[in-house]
Design a protein around this ligand. Structure first.
Ligand SMILES: [Zn+2]
Length: 359
């Protein structure tokens, strides 16, 4: 009897076999589209009450979407601001996740015609990859990006080239297309602007350190700051990992960016990897501390014998060990997907060599 009650497709009193089959088919179709619909039984069957797992509210009209990067949750999030006057997406993610973004918009009742702006924190593939593809389909959308990133969005060949050096054959499967954005759709930012988008006013701050063209956005009305990768990677309130891929890592300017974010006194910071954080000052203090720690590990390895390949492997092993002290093995793996450890070494190595601190 218990088993029967747990079965959502069990035929209930007053329901025909046809009705049950129809419900099962609809549920299957929905699951196939990877919508996370919760069903409730009503007198005459079941209906979706809401796309619960897709509705991650930060504040009224301010939400985020788990893009389920390659089927894995809690790796990449896109944020959405919307009201009756239109919508804005903050970091739409890569083209390989576009179908999930599309479903996320639908879940929030947002049509692409409502989306007026895409606000980019920076141009890396996991944040901005889908932008050109979206704009080709919806040419009314304006794209805002730091002036140093704008040229890469208009002419992404160098960006694609350097990513291909890292990802090789897996490039397309991993990220999908990175299409150019027409110059007419691009608005360059420097930091210090106020942007009206998605029914609210965002302050823009220049926040380099992870990338030399990184900006963050703050919505004062809700107290939420969208900080891209400037506040690190943090999954399930775990270890705050500083993402340090090449080529722009700069510890000093990163610290200034952290201070700039703190100056806003945000009640929430929204991380692309992954999700909202409300204990803002302790989180940023942990980021600073962990940035010093990982940079020191890289520096120690750089001044020890070995090839860079060996050093990167040793760095990854040491970092894995640090993470294992804070989380489960499954979570360690999610961190690997969000920030490949070997690349983190390369970024720090480049930083130390530029400073002349390592051979
Ligand atoms: Zn990222």
């Amino acid at each position: 009897m218990q088993a029967l009650e747990r079965n959502p497709f069990a035929q209930r009193r007053g329901q025909s076999a046809h009705h049950v089959a129809q419900r099962r088919r609809f549920c299957d179709q929905t699951r196939n589209r990877r919508q996370h619909v919760h069903w409730i039984s009503r007198k005459h069957g079941c209906r979706p009450i809401s796309i619960i797992r897709g509705l991650n509210t930060l504040s009224h009209g301010l939400t985020w979407i788990d893009l389920r990067f390659h089927g894995r949750s809690q790796v990449i999030a896109a944020a959405l601001a919307h009201d009756r006057g239109g919508a804005a997406i903050i970091d739409p993610g890569p083209t390989s996740c576009l179908a999930t973004l599309d479903l996320g918009l639908q879940a929030h009742g947002v049509r692409w015609a409502d989306v007026r702006h895409i606000l980019l924190t920076h141009v890396h593939l996991d944040h901005a990859g889908a932008t050109g593809t979206i704009v080709r389909q919806h040419p009314h959308i304006s794209v805002l990006v730091h002036e140093r990133g704008a040229r890469h969005m208009a002419e992404p060949s160098r960006l694609i080239e350097s990513a291909t050096r890292i990802y090789g054959d897996r490039m397309d499967e991993y990220w999908g297309e990175f299409a150019a954005v027409p110059a007419a759709n691009l608005t360059s930012l420097r930091g210090g602007e106020k942007i009206a988008a998605g029914g609210r006013l965002f302050d823009v701050a220049y926040t380099p350190g992870h990338a030399s063209h990184h900006v963050s956005y703050f919505d004062e009305s809700s107290g939420v700051a969208f900080v891209g990768d400037t506040a690190g990677v943090c999954i399930n309130s775990g270890y705050v990992l500083p993402p340090t891929p090449p080529p722009d890592i700069d510890l000093e300017s990163w610290q200034e960016s952290v201070d700039r974010i703190l100056d806003w006194s945000p009640s929430t910071i929204m991380l692309t990897h992954f999700g909202p954080v409300t204990s803002v000052p302790p989180h940023l203090a942990a980021l600073t501390e962990n940035l010093q720690t990982t940079a020191a590990i890289a520096l120690k390895l750089l001044n020890a014998p070995g090839s860079d390949e060996q050093r990167a492997a040793a760095f990854a092993a040491e970092l894995r060990q640090v993470l294992r002290g804070h989380m489960t093995e499954g979570e360690v793996q999610t961190y690997v997907v969000a920030a490949a450890y070997e690349h983190l070494f390369s970024g720090l190595a480049r930083y130390w060599r530029k400073k002349g601190a390592a051979p």
